[in-house]
Design a protein around this ligand. Structure first.
Ligand code: ADP
Ligand code: ZN
Length: 296
């Protein structure tokens, strides 16, 4: 018999809320705009409450935009941490869902959910170490090691890895300037070139720089983690031809230092779960494959 789970992909612009079963089928789905915490959460509750009367929902998985507080000793465990996003700082998101719906809530960041889903059902299957990175409005990433999502004092913030650049190429991160997010996220490309990334021609110099930044980032990940997969997604990677150029550039940077059992274009790949990866991540968490939960 199928088991039912609530799966929430909580994004900066919308919350995708689903009722799913253990076969990854979506039974019910709704999209709720991310406005104020009060308004958004009350709509999420209004979606799930009638479903609880119809289905025996086992648990809720929440794959959320970050930063999330994943420190079990913190009073805000499972909540949104300090964020520039108006009114969402310190919102006790998981706590509230748990208290209001009476369901165990399993939570993690959206990108940690995504790497978990890729590990269970996608490109990272059978990998000892794999990384998922999204380059879009910002840059976020999750790492899985032997089936466990890697979380230390905080969840990985690899979008803020500093990268080498030429002096005239200043990044736009308000904290670090030349980190990957400051150099290569969509809004950073737009600031540098005064044009939306999707409107830049194929032969625009922006793209070679983009390849260079992402290849440097992959180089750093490879020498640090030895990943079998680096899964690169997000809006900026929608640029046709961009992904394919990264492996050769990374190869050049590594300069034959490592002897790898697979080629770099087998390591640096696109995601495989498409637009469902966020919900699959939330489902994977709900099914107990993550490591954070609130269960009162
Ligand atoms: P989010 O990070 O908010 O989830 P996306 O992953 O969709 O959003 O990324 C949005 C960013 O991707 C925008 O900054 C946009 O300029 C950029 N983008 C969208 N489509 C393309 C494209 N075809 N080529 C390059 N950049 C793109
Ligand atoms: Zn930064």
């Amino acid at each position: 018999m199928s088991e039912y789970y609530a799966a929430i992909e909580a994004g900066g612009t919308k919350f995708n809320c689903a009722l799913m079963n253990s076969n990854r089928e979506i039974i019910e789905l709704t999209r709720i705009a991310t406005t104020t915490p009060q308004e958004t959460i009350s709509q999420v509750l209004a979606f799930y409450r009638p479903l609880q009367a119809l289905y025996k929902i086992k648990s809720l998985g929440l794959a959320s935009f970050g930063p999330m507080d994943l420190n079990a000793n913190s009073g805000n465990y499972g909540g949104i941490a300090k964020t520039p996003k108006p009114s969402w700082s310190y919102t006790p998101l998981s706590q509230k869902l748990n208290a209001e719906l009476g369901l165990p809530v399993f939570f993690d960041t959206d990108v940690n959910g995504a790497i978990l889903a890729e590990y269970l059902w996608g490109k990272a299957q059978n990998s000892k170490v794999a990384v998922y990175v999204t380059i879009g409005t910002g840059v976020g990433g999750g790492i899985i090691v032997n089936g466990h999502i890697l979380n230390g004092l905080h969840h990985p913030e690899m979008g803020h890895m500093l990268l080498p650049t030429k002096e005239d190429n200043n990044g736009h991160c308000p904290f670090h300037g030349n980190c990957l997010e400051g150099l290569a996220a969509g809004p950073s490309i737009q600031k540098t070139w005064q044009e939306k990334a999707e409107n830049l021609a194929d032969d625009h110099p922006a793209w070679q720089q983009q390849v260079d930044h992402i290849a440097a980032f992959c180089h750093n990940l490879i020498v640090t983690l030895g990943p079998e997969k680096i899964i690169l997604g997000g809006g900026v990677l929608q640029k046709p031809g961009l992904l394919e150029k990264i492996a050769p550039q990374c190869e050049e940077k590594l300069n034959q230092y490592l002897t790898l059992p697979q080629t770099l274009d087998e390591i640096i790949v696109a995601p495989s779960l498409g637009d469902k990866s966020g919900l699959y991540g939330a489902l994977a968490l709900a099914m107990g494959h993550g490591s954070h939960q609130i269960n009162c």
